[in-house]
Design a protein around this ligand. Structure first.
Ligand code: CA
Length: 349
């Protein structure tokens, strides 16, 4: 019995030595940590990284798979194909700090196992940050980060690594500092009507509160527009709903003219107003809260643009309506409208 026991121990040591010596060439490495100090391999519970929303491509590979691909490459050659390689940051390369400060690229080793204690790693060599941008802060990479690298693989004299000099980059990382740069706000056209045909005016709501006249499409030989004129009228020309729910700012520009310069004391008869609590039902126009948009000239007697009229901040993020409110008494001027355009900037989180 004693002899057999002794033999078993020797056998075990021999097997372990072989495992330690042969580990570089025994795929798959997977979630098994094979320490370099000769202690037995251990299966490491896989710690799930928080990659919700990353949408890691199905073809992404593990470090073990990357090593297999590199092992099949002749020294000095590259894979020719770009891969997504997933892994945990284990340690930094010797020129890591220098790489970041001088070139904006990082050098570190990743493994399939978090806090691994072996050489079954893959070298993220001179990789840039997300979106291929330079890394500006050393804290953007930390031991224990889970990363997905994207780039070509190479076998550099037996070291399995990415092609260097920023050819590969960190596609995603759990490091909170390694975030994608904010996208630029995008200018979008929320609403645009030239008001020079009957169909255009039909997209608006006209609410006639009194007086014989109202907003109408008027055609002249070369001069189509929407206009109104008449004393003792109250008529609203209201846009369709303008959805600003995902916008950070918005503005109105419209082309118009008056039949004559409007004296200051009558300017209140010709206003542009905006509401976010109007519900789109013409019967409820008067019960909604309307805020005046100012900034256009009452001296415009030839067609001209109003200029960019910014929306009040309280309208941003809401659905709102704009109305041209014509409300005359004993004096009236013609108010003619042409191109109406509402633009907005998308909100950037
Ligand atoms: Ca009227």
């Amino acid at each position: 019995m004693k002899l057999i026991k002794h033999f078993s121990v020797i056998t075990c040591i021999a097997i372990l030595s072989c495992l330690a010596a042969c580990e570089m060439s025994v795929p798959p490495f997977g979630p098994i940590d094979r320490p370099d100090d000769g202690t037995p391999p251990v299966i490491v519970p896989v710690e799930a990284p928080d990659t919700i929303g990353w949408n890691i491509p199905a073809e992404a590979i593990t470090v073990a798979e990357a090593r297999e691909i590199c092992a099949g490459l002749e020294s000095g050659t590259t894979s020719g194909t770009k891969y997504y390689i997933m892994g945990w940051v284990k340690k930094f390369g010797t020129k890591h700090s220098e790489g970041i400060s001088q070139y904006g690229n990082a050098l570190f080793y990743i493994e399939d196992v978090k806090n691994a204690n072996s050489q079954n790693d893959f070298y993220a060599f001179q990789v840039y940050g997300t979106n291929g941008q330079k890394i500006t802060d050393p804290n953007m990479i930390a031991i224990g980060d889970f990363v997905v690298i994207y780039g070509e693989l190479t076998n550099y004299n037996g070291t399995y690594e990415t092609v260097g000099k920023g050819a590969a980059y960190i596609w995603k990382s759990t490091n909170p500092l390694m975030v994608a740069p904010k996208p630029e706000p995008e200018e979008v056209v929320i609403f645009e009507k030239d008001l020079s045909n009957k169909t255009a005016i039909d997209t608006f709501t006209i609410k006639d509160f009194g007086g014989a006249e109202t907003w109408k499409y008027k055609r002249a030989t070369t001069n189509m527009r929407t206009e109104i004129n008449g004393i003792n009228n109250e008529d609203w020309l209201i846009t369709p709903v303008l959805d600003l729910t995902n916008m950070s700012e918005a503005s109105l520009n419209f082309e118009y003219k008056f039949s004559d310069t409007i004296p200051v004391e009558y300017q209140y008869q010709y206003t542009v107003v905006i509401s976010k609590d109007y519900d789109g039902n013409p019967d409820n126009v008067k019960s909604a809260t309307w805020i005046e948009l100012t900034g256009f000239s009452y001296e415009t007697t030839k067609y001209a643009e109003s200029g960019v009229i910014s929306f009040p901040a309280e309208m941003i993020g809401s659905k709102c309506y704009i109305a041209w409110k014509y409300h005359t008494a004993e004096t009236s001027h013609t108010w003619a409208l042409k191109n109406v355009i509402v633009k907005a900037l998308t909100k950037v989180e």
